[in-house]
Write a protein that binds this ligand. Sequence first.
Ligand code: G3H
Ligand code: 13P
Ligand code: ZN
Length: 326
Amino acid sequence: MALVNSKKMFEQAYKNGYAIGAFNVNNMEIVQGITEACKEVNAPVILQVSKGARAYANHTYLVKLVEAAVAECPEIPIVLHLDHGPDFETCKSCIDGGFTSVMIDGSHLPFEENIELTKKVVEYAHARGVTVEGELGTLAGIEDDVKVEHGAESYTKPEEVIEFVTRTGVDSLAIAIGTSHGAYKFKPEQCTRNEEGILVPPALRFDILEAVSEKLPGFPIVLHGSSSVPQDYVKMVNENGGKMPDAIGVPEEQLRKAAALSVCKINIDSDLRLAMTGTIRKFFNEKPDKFDPREYLKPARANIKEIVKHKLINVLGCAGKADECK
Ligand code: G3H
Ligand code: 13P
Ligand code: ZN
């Protein structure tokens, strides 16, 4: 099947208590690892491209890689989504250039300006069958060139969501409930430590998620910054020359709980980066004589596939749901 927008996926995900995985793609091995996992467990998927990914790999290469995945996996629905669209022009360029979904991230703007910008993107996108994600509230962490320090983030205000969704016409809404971008989601002082000295993060603000959902019944919510930062990969990085002390993510049980509620799209990038980097670091450490990129990219791609499969089955709950999302 051809690329689809996110409409049917979110309807099914909301109704049946699961979330669609939205994984960031930057090169061929990442696209292959993700889509081979989805094909194997029959899961729908959102492949998302950031401004940084377009700058790195080039729009056309990324679209063609995703089109290749569509040809290789005709049995699963695939969305090609712009992640954190920074302005109208970038959204327009992606819509004109084959994307089936875009995010316009006006979360750093004053409320009225966020509405105005988001509405403009929605009008352009909807006329072309493309779905749109907006955002209210800001997450800590780094996304492209915007860095929000811990402490400067702001939770979504439930009292704003009806007006935002009604006036903009967005198809889904990203909210801030305590997740953040990157591999250091919580400062050590926000956490406790278990017996092994590993940081235990504070709980997400499910009270805000519930308040938002009460105001927007049936409406798909999106969670950014949802990597769990698996400690076995952090260890693999650190034991093979890396330095990622106190890297910490969102516990998977909390994401599973969110997916069973109104959260229909869960964004994961850092975990795939960790799987790839940990695997390549280990490979080079153990086999310093090797220099053929295929030899180290092959296990990296295999481990991306494994971690994505784990997410689809055990965290998102969308394994086996490809057919109902078509
Ligand atoms: O939200 C951020 C995503 O992880 C994309 O990261 O902007 O470095 O491609 P990037
Ligand atoms: P992570 O950094 O937690 O993987 O979040 C990715 C994301 O939100 C992409 O938009
Ligand atoms: Zn994000």
